[in-house]
Design a protein around this ligand. Structure first.
Ligand SMILES: C[S@@+](CC[C@H](N)C(=O)[O-])C[C@H]1O[C@@H](n2cnc3c(N)ncnc32)[C@H](O)[C@@H]1O
Length: 270
């Protein structure tokens, strides 16, 4: 496709945009095609702050993983909706804190799986699994997941910038409850989610754009209070569910938090 320097990996249709490649484009990556850029530009025309939001989300992910592998002492990570490899990937951040940290990456996008497997071919502590959040048992019962992670010891479940792509019709609260139930006490859940209340027009445009290739129905317009329900009865650790820029920020927040309409938090299973 014109303008694309890399060919599409086998099994990837470059003419249909993908969530992961659009996100790669927002982050300034190279693993995206003209279809992704066109779809992303449509959204950026309404909400140019999405670039800031994507970067702030990625920074939140890094701080959350650092907290989990460091202070919280977690050694096992189940990262669902991994995204294309970029800077500060989960296994890199976790293993900087704890070299024995084990990571399972789960995604349903072939481009993500191909790139992640290429990056990780030499790391025995990290595996990549092709599975779909819409069917949580295919993740928790997956032989590679069971082989790599010990479900009798605490696991950090990461659902970062993923659940806002799942509409209410697909019952995301039930799915996340199943995942929480599969994990032992002391496990943690880190998640981020865009919120509807600050810029409804942007969320509605995003729904239009993503709908055009995801073929989904229903909405995923959630407020911060709605997002809190994904944690169930798990205990949010300080500072709770905040704008991602405010969550354990190590320096001054880079931008007006209310313009970064995505919240994030980490909770612990009692
Ligand atoms: C916006 S990216 C987020 C990447 C990373 N978690 C982060 O926050 O930097 C969302 C990822 O979720 C994946 N995804 C979307 N729906 C999914 C599903 N139903 N099951 C598994 N992965 C999914 C996409 O392919 C994409 O890689």
């Amino acid at each position: 496709m014109s303008g694309d320097v890399r060919p599409a990996p086998a099994g990837v249709d470059a003419s249909i945009p993908s969530i992961a490649r659009m996100y790669d484009y927002y982050l300034g990556g190279k693993d995206n095609f003209a279809s992704d850029r066109e779809a992303a530009d449509r959204l950026l025309a309404v909400a140019p702050e999405i670039v800031t939001i994507a970067r702030a989300n990625r920074a939140f992910l890094g701080r959350a993983v650092r907290y989990l592998a460091g202070e919280a002492g977690i050694r096992q990570f189940l990262d669902i909706g991994t995204g294309l490899p970029t800077q500060n990937n989960v296994h890199e951040v976790a293993q900087e804190e704890a070299p024995d940290a084990r990571v399972v990456y789960v995604d349903n996008d072939q481009a993500v799986l191909v790139h992640a497997r290429a990056l990780l071919a030499t790391d025995p502590r990290t595996v990549v699994v092709d599975a779909d959040l819409l069917d949580p048992e295919t993740i928790t019962d997956h032989p590679a997941v069971r082989e790599h992670l010990d479900f009798d010891r605490p696991v950090a479940l990461l659902l970062v910038a993923l659940l806002h792509f799942i509409s209410d019709d697909d019952r995301p609260y039930e799915m996340v409850a199943k995942l929480r139930d599969a994990l032992p006490a002391g496990s943690h859940l880190a998640l981020s989610h865009v919120v509807y209340e600050h810029h409804p027009e942007a969320i509605e445009e995003a729904e239009e754009v993503y709908r055009s290739f995801l073929h989904r129905t229903g909405h995923s317009r959630r407020t911060r209070d709605d997002v809190r329900h994904f944690f169930g009865d798990w205990e949010l650790i300080e500072p709770g569910l905040t704008y991602v820029t405010q969550w354990r920020a190590t320096g001054p927040a880079p931008t007006d938090p209310a313009k970064v309409w995505i919240v994030g938090g980490v909770a612990r299973k009692p």
